[in-house]
Write a protein that binds this ligand. Sequence first.
Ligand code: NAD
Ligand code: UFG
Length: 342
Amino acid sequence: MTILVTGGAGYIGSHTCIELLNNDYNVVVVDNLYNSSKKALDRVKEITGKDLKFYKGDILDKDCLEKIFKENDIDCVIHFAGLKAVGESVGKPWEYYNNNITGSLNLIEAMKNAGCKNLIFSSSATVYGDPAQIPITEECPKGKCTNPYGWTKWMLEQIFTDMHTADPDWNVILLRYFNPIGAHPSGLIGEDPNGIPNNLMPYITQVAIGKLPELGIFGNDYDTPDGTCVRDYIHVCDLATGHVAALKKIKENCGVSIYNLGTGVGYSVLDVVNNFIEATGVNVPYSFKPRREGDVPQCYSSADKAKRELGWEAKYGIKEMCRDSWNWQQKNPDGFGEAESL
Ligand code: NAD
Ligand code: UFG
């Protein structure tokens, strides 16, 4: 079976490529390398000892997509490609809607033309907005997003669902990720944010390694056990196996199916900091800062549906997530920028 992985050089995409190759899928990647490095794919080959086909291309480029579908017999698309910086999306709505929505419309047009109607999409817990219930089940209604990035996920879920309504031969699996952290245990691939990180774990690892002076914790007056926000952190390698589980499901002609990919366990920001210190023995200085706009107090999943229907559940705990994030950071202090010397 041949899988087209859009955005396959990125953080989650590269970890998923490993799982696909390890499960004997043929892998074709398209990525414009806007937020990633080709070195990640070289590392994927090194880790697995297997090859994949790479197109440096843009999903905004219809000709590129047509060419890929002409040259490969694609059975299913796993669609990661997109812009993902929440804060940036507020100042650049056009860029986010154009890249994420137009790019995805191009993709499904190329899929339609090629007769490929199996799609697994990287959605996000952000579509729940301020969740109506905790833990969040898939039946929980979608909420109001607080930024254009979130709306692109919200809208794309609807667009892909409508494709199935119009033509029931389409199979669409919407995977709503919670908070991916960690890295491949080899330390060869991991998250490589540009500039100062927006997300918690890369910020922590950069403080731990001395690139940043201290962590600012956004808010300690939330209605949570210790006053800091609670999230469902999931190891990126668990997320990767979730995609292989979804591929098995899509072969059963599942129609539209939605799954949370989380652990079902919530950790506060302070829990994460303390677990990081315990797992690595490295201190992380922090101070409390005002709340960050758009943050919801609590967001964690019910992971029951994925377990029941996909036979999938997360295996790694918070300490392993911290250990592997730190291992990646230590081995690659400048991400893939300095990776060539390894
Ligand atoms: P990432 O930025 O590391 O990966 C996305 C990849 O898509 C990058 O390699 C980038 O170069 C590529 N890309 C972007 N626009 C493209 C285009 N027009 N054409 C071709 N390639 C393009 O991000 P990630 O963390 O690996 O996220 C993957 C997907 O999962 C994204 O859709 C993201 O929105 C979604 N997601 C991520 C998180 C998270 O916290 N990381 C949470 C929920 C959902
Ligand atoms: N946080 C800090 N200091 C920082 C960074 C983050 O205190 O320097 C806090 C945030 O306020 C939040 C928690 O750490 O309480 C997690 O923040 P992240 O930015 O790591 O993650 P979010 O939960 O805000 O967002 C993530 C992804 C989004 C996705 C969302 C879905 O980044 O793409 O999960 O729930 F939409």
